[in-house]
Design a protein around this ligand. Structure first.
Ligand SMILES: Cc1ncc(COP(=O)(O)O)c(C=O)c1O
Length: 468
């Protein structure tokens, strides 16, 4: 047996016997080398071996840690809404009002913490734009958006293998406005739209505001959109549009496979359902492998693709976009009637930033941090939360979805946490009619520190008390 294998065996035994606990740091490379009389290279090889076996995880600049036994994924539920209905969920208003506070540890907010974003480079770009051409920065933008930024977005689509023409790109106030304009353009009040369940509450609110009816197709943790069910729903109902988040659904973080994406596109095209793709998390694959947007396989010209800089650069700049396909002219008109155009300064500053900086490098770091945060949240939940708590296995994005053990109530936990100044998102927010009472969403966007560790412990205690 090689030296490193012997050392790995030793550590494996300590983990199995509980001498090293889940989430605990392994001795440092130097300690292992000195303690076992081996070289540092042998100690590294032993740790790498444990990592390959799934027993240890490496954390940037912190060393190796014992991997926690992963909580089970959330249980699959029968589809709840197979007949079109209106969005009726008071939590969409009440809960969001309660979360509009600035004194909370923001575990409710699906955004990366400021420390994970290139704030000083963006500040420099904003200042440069004002210094060099204040007239352009302070003037109206064209309704479709500034060319320099649209060009950057078109280049990005080309890099990821989806052919989007520069002429199709319309700059919007975030992905939220993109989805809103798309829905207003392709639907009329009373039409039926298909959404995922669970899904992002902003989509549900827009659908409600536009007086549309909803049908829900399940999105499953670790699997993505159930396209077999989607086909059944489209066969039985006249559905005008589908608003979907195939790349890292919020709240589950699940990725829909390429095969399923293509099946979804064919089903929708066959049934005359326009696809509104929300690809806001596509750049945040924890594996580092950027999945393709639906647009890549759109043989029928039937997809409106929406994106945003909110999750990768700066949510407060309020810059997103859509690729409008055959609806581009109508969408540009809708944008004009809605806000004339998006603000010039943020658009010009983002174009400046993207020209000067290696965005891919920033994304690599961001994805690594999010994956690491997700892993630590998993470990903290396995250690501190009631036995039987289930957690999604996000493949990307910014959130982790939890299901409390039987009798658990996410709303009770949400309110108890709020009293301790910890923000969480109760599961009921992610359904058109208040399903997922036993669930909760946490953000993976906060870098791990003592305060977060304490909060997760505290939440675990509150979760135990939230079980009837
Ligand atoms: C799936 C999804 N779409 C859209 C948005 C809103 O994005 P934006 O800030 O770009 O409007 C969010 C924000 O959380 C989201 O999770």
């Amino acid at each position: 047996m090689l030296l490193y294998e012997r050392l790995a065996g030793e550590l494996r035994k300590q983990i199995a016997q509980g001498a090293l606990h889940a989430g605990e740091r392994l001795p440092s490379i130097r300690q292992l080398a000195n303690g076992h009389g081996v070289s540092a290279a042998t100690a590294v090889q032993a740790c790498l071996q444990l990592e390959r076996e799934g027993l240890a995880v490496a954390r940037p600049r912190s060393g190796y840690f014992v991997r926690a036994t992963a909580p089970q994924p959330p249980a699959t539920r029968p589809a709840r809404r197979s007949v079109p209905g209106t969005v009726s969920n008071p939590a969409l208003q009440d809960v969001l009002d309660m979360l509009a506070r600035s004194d909370l540890l923001p575990l409710h907010s699906a955004t990366p913490a400021p420390a994970l974003l290139p704030q000083s480079a963006l500040t420099a770009s904003l200042a440069r734009c004002l210094r060099h051409d204040a007239s352009a920065a302070l003037d109206y933008a064209p309704p479709q958006g500034h060319l320099a930024l649209r060009r950057q977005i078109a280049q990005r689509y080309a890099q990821i293998g989806a052919g989007v023409a520069l002429d199709e790109i319309v700059i919007t106030a975030g992905a939220m406005e993109a989805i809103n304009l798309a829905l207003r353009t392709v639907t009329a009040p009373g039409d039926v739209v298909l959404v995922e369940t669970p899904t992002y509450h902003g989509i549900l609110q827009t659908v409600a505001a536009l007086q549309l009816k909803v049908l829900e197709v399940p999105n499953l943790s670790g699997q993505g959109i159930d396209v077999v069910r989607l086909e059944q729903l489209l066969q039985r109902n006249a559905v005008r549009a589908a608003v979907v988040v195939p790349n890292f659904n919020n709240p589950l973080g699940s990725l829909t496979s390429d095969v399923a994406k293509q099946a979804l596109l064919e089903s929708c095209a066959r049934h005359g359902t326009v696809v509104i793709e929300d690809d806001i998390y596509g750049d945040l694959a924890w594996s580092g492998q950027r999945p393709s947007p639906l647009r890549r396989w759109d043989r029928h010209g039937n997809v409106i693709s929406c994106g945003s800089f909110s999750k990768t650069l700066a949510p407060g700049l309020r810059v997103g976009w859509l690729a409008g396909n055959q609806w581009t002219d109508a969408l540009v008109r809708a944008k004009y009637f809605s806000t004339v155009g998006s603000a010039s300064l943020p658009q010009l500053a983002l174009a400046d930033y993207l020209q000067r900086h290696d965005q891919e490098r920033h994304l690599r770091r961001l994805r690594r941090m999010l994956a690491d945060n997700g892993q630590r949240l998993h470990e903290a939940i396995a250690r501190h939360w009631p036995a039987g708590t289930r957690a999604s296995e996000p493949q990307g994005g910014l959130s982790l979805w939890l299901q409390l053990p039987p009798g658990g109530d996410g709303r009770v936990l949400f309110e108890a946490a709020l009293a301790k100044r910890i923000g969480t998102s109760p599961g009921v927010l992610f359904s058109s009619r208040g399903d997922y009472v036993d669930c909760l969403r946490l953000s993976c966007g906060l870098p791990w520190d003592e305060r977060l560790d304490r909060a997760l412990k505290q939440l675990g205690q509150l979760a135990a008390a939230a079980i009837r």
